[in-house]
Ligand binder design. Structure first.
Ligand code: GLY
Length: 389
């Protein structure tokens, strides 16, 4: 028998982006529901949680940098508010980051990054190899130089996801622990979604925040379907020794022979090593090759990691977009908004996404800082995207 449940806002997808949207919407007095079989799951269960606006800067992504920095600036208050609302410790560590180079090519790459950071008015400091090792004694003797970025911090994404579920519950968000199978459209507006058992989840506005799955929801008209694709990342978790001072005191990262590798040390002794970046569709297999490459590159940076217990290997799917930036806010279909395509920056962009979507849901418009990320910038691209059967 089909039933109907009604809310002001239905968020499809209960990963950190969907949850922060729902939390912020509920705080603004909107009756909000989330559809997801496992709220708090998704890419955040794999992600390392670097808040790396400065060290992950790339040529051609200066507009995205503005949004990344806006979100990084919000993090201290956001984390404090979420902890206050839930009592959860988020593992938010203002530890900074050291990006290092192992050979002449890596050093040239890092010099270019440093120049770009300086042109962009960002804080980063060039260090010799010796200065890098003074900061992080576990670094390999071969480290040839590095960039010290004291403003790139970290949070534990699993704790963040758990806290957002709790915050949503406390704010009165209703969880439908099922997948929305199809967007409901009546005339020329979105009116909710329908689940596998035929339940109609009616809503005044719908936010599609299903991460890498966002481009697959049935019923979304082709010209507003987000051009989001899965980008696989394999990630390892190890345990650092608790004795003899910190194994690493800050995030350490490098490009080794063209591949990014990073080591994120948590206060609780977990060391996260990531990540591959693979265009393999929906595959989430952990492969011997992926683990080998991460361990090989991480070992070149920090030889002592081979002594540590390897406690977890896992792969997740980043929601990649054509310009590596998110799709935020109203679409060409009345009543349908997007919060997806965050690619490598989902954890960093969580605070600003929640604020931007809450603003859009209550005023119909994105705030100034989020306007460049309107999904309408892809209206031609989406028209070319095939709608899945
Ligand atoms: N931001 C790190 C990653 O996507 O691997």
């Amino acid at each position: 028998m089909s039933r109907t449940r009604t809310s002001d806002v239905l968020v499809i997808g209960g990963g950190i982006i969907g949850l922060v949207t729902a939390w912020r919407a509920a705080q603004r007095g909107l009756a909000t529901a989330v559809a997801d079989p496992e709220p708090g799951g998704g890419a955040a269960q794999v992600a390392a949680g670097m808040l790396a606006a400065v060290t992950e800067l790339h040529y051609g992504e200066q507009t995205l940098l503005g949004l990344n920095l806006a979100s990084a600036r919000r993090y201290p208050d956001f984390a404090a508010e979420l902890t206050e609302a839930t009592g959860h410790d988020l593992g938010y560590r203002r530890c900074g980051t050291l990006a290092v180079a192992l050979d002449a090519d890596d050093r040239a790459h890092l010099r270019e990054l440093h120049a770009l950071q300086q042109q962009s008015g960002l804080d980063s400091q060039w260090l010799s190899g010796r200065e890098c090792r003074r900061l992080e004694p576990m670094l390999a003797p071969g480290v040839r130089g590095g960039l010290r970025v004291d403003g790139d911090h970290q949070i534990d994404p699993r704790r963040l996801a758990g806290a957002l579920v709790a915050a949503c519950e406390r704010a009165g968000v209703v969880f439908h622990r099922v997948w929305a199978e199809r967007l409901a459209v009546a005339g020329d507006r979105a009116t909710g979604a329908v689940t596998a058992d035929g339940t109609a989840l009616a809503a005044g506005q719908v936010v599609l925040a299903a991460g890498s799955l966002s481009g697959r929801l049935a019923g979304v008209p082709r010209d507003v379907l987000p051009p989001v694709r899965p980008v696989k990342g394999q990630v390892l978790r190890l345990t650092m020794p608790g004795r003899h001072g910190p194994f690493l005191s800050r995030t350490v990262r490098a490009v080794v022979r063209g591949s990014h590798v990073y080591l994120v040390p948590r206060e609780n002794g977990e060391l996260v090593v990531g990540a591959t970046s693979e265009e393999l569709g929906w595959d989430t297999t952990v492969t011997a090759g992926g683990v080998y490459e991460l361990l090989r590159d991480a070992h070149e940076l920090v030889p002592g990691i081979t002594e540590l217990p390897l406690t977890e290997t896992r792969a997740g799917l980043r929601p990649g977009s054509p310009d590596n930036a998110p799709l935020l806010g109203p679409t060409g279909l009345e009543g349908l908004l997007l919060a997806t395509g965050h690619h490598r920056n989902g954890v960093l962009l969580t605070p600003v996404t929640g604020d931007a979507l809450a603003h859009a849901l209550t005023t119909g418009e994105l705030p100034e800082e989020a306007r460049p990320f309107t999904p309408r910038r892809f209206s031609t691209a989406t028209a070319l995207t095939e709608q899945p059967a």
